[in-house]
Ligand binder design. Structure first.
Ligand SMILES: [Zn+2]
Length: 166
């Protein structure tokens, strides 16, 4: 019997899309839980744009929405803590009116340090994360996230995501 057969008797293959945050906790006692930001950028910016081209922004926004919902935040404060713990950047999350939430990201994981600026906003993943999280915080409502300032995309001081809750 091959090793593959033995493995399949133990557990049936699972869909990686069904993994929860608890399933994903790393076990790397000597290397540690983090990876370099440059590796993230090679995947998120270079590889994804190479494959998806003009569809990248829409696809990563949807990825972000799913990710934001998976966080399971129950309040703005909890979302602030989670985004900080995930090291997305220096997080400044504010509820401006009952229907508009702003997230300013300094030292953005995706784009701060990219020079010269690319010429268009590129942090749609982060916009999706906020929108997805807000839809779990405000059940029954829809959230639309848009990045209006971008450090590595447009040369701004922060990445600014404006989320409208409908
Ligand atoms: Zn950014």
């Amino acid at each position: 019997m091959t090793n593959q057969n033995i493995a399949s008797e133990k557990t049936a293959p699972r869909d990686p899309a069904d993994l929860s945050l608890a399933n994903l906790m790393p076990r790397r006692p000597t290397v540690g839980p983090d990876v370099p930001v440059v590796l993230w950028r090679l995947l998120r910016l270079v590889s994804l744009h190479d494959i998806l081209r003009e569809e990248t922004a829409a696809v990563v926004y949807l990825m972000g929405k799913r990710l934001g919902a998976m966080l399971g935040a129950k309040s703005i404060e909890e979302l602030h803590e989670q985004l900080t713990r995930l090291k997305i950047g220096k997080i400044d999350l504010s509820v401006n009116t009952p229907d508009v939430v702003h997230l300013a990201i300094g030292e953005c994981m995706t784009c701060d340090g990219i020079t010269p600026p690319i010429g268009r906003a590129i942090c749609q993943l982060e916009a999706g994360i906020v929108a997805g999280a807000l839809e779990t915080i405000y059940p029954g409502r829809k959230a639309l996230g848009e990045e209006t300032k971008c450090i590595g995309g447009l040369g701004d001081d922060v990445c600014l995501i404006e989320c409208r809750i409908i």
